[in-house]
Design a protein around this ligand. Structure first.
Ligand code: SF4
Length: 221
């Protein structure tokens, strides 16, 4: 089964890479991102790997990002928000406590959408069973940036389960972010990531269950 899914994902990757334009992949360095990066870099070693460097990630995430970027020779691109964490907290207070929607907008959505302007094909490690909000995810879709620019958004692992991802990584000999060992099932910024409370929703530990998405995968209107 994994073999078939891996072949289908590789086909989706190859088809998308054959399309005209510049390709990139976004990565939070969670397990599915690493499986996708492994497949992508086998075909295009220099593909830019975009990381949303919010300044609020776990120290373990930064250490793992740097270790894997060096080990796999990744073309890592850190996307930074307009304001540093001290600047934002000085001007607006601790937004992740008072207004997480605005904090995600400033530290994730704006930097990503502005970073994506340079590309035409956007690979993501999204999977349908990560959250009810992702249940209808398509492998290949059109995504429109706030500027109006349209790009191809490709999620080759859309139908993979978490077990598929782990089996793939084990076979490929790729270590995972050590935070998984502590029981986390979805890992983002440290202040907004807790252990999941709903066993059927791996993202239920994000934002204290108050929201499930930061906004980067929501189509601009
Ligand atoms: S996940 Fe939390 S800390 Fe990170 S950008 Fe969103 S609100 Fe801010």
């Amino acid at each position: 089964m994994l073999e078939e899914k891996a072949l289908a994902a590789e086909r989706a990757i190859e088809e998308a890479l054959a399309a005209p334009g510049e390709a990139c992949v976004t990565s939070s360095f969670q397990a599915e991102c690493m499986a996708l990066i492994h497949m992508l870099t086998a075909r295009r070693p220099e593909i830019p790997v975009l990381f949303l460097d919010t300044g609020y990630h776990f120290a373990e995430t930064y250490a793992y990002r740097d270790r894997m970027a060096a080990q796999l020779g990744l073309n890592l691109v850190n996307l930074l928000p307009r304001l540093t964490v001290p600047e934002q907290e000085g001007q607006f207070g601790i937004l992740h406590q008072t207004d997480p929607g605005r904090c995600c907008e400033m530290r994730k959505v704006e930097p990503l959408f502005s970073g994506l302007e340079a590309y035409d094909i956007w690979f993501t490690g999204l999977r349908r069973d990560q959250s009810p909000t992702r249940a209808h995810l398509k492998v290949s879709d059109t995504f429109r940036l706030p500027s109006g620019k349209e790009m191809l958004k490709v999620s080759p692992l859309a139908d993979w389960t978490s077990a598929d991802v782990w089996a793939y990584l084990k076979r490929a000999g790729i270590p995972v972010l050590p935070l998984y060992e502590r029981g986390y099932t979805s890992i983002g910024c440290e202040p907004c990531t807790a252990l999941p409370f709903d066993p059927d929703n791996p993202r239920s530990g994000r934002w204290g269950g108050q929201k499930l998405e930061c906004g980067i995968h929501i189509q601009a209107r």
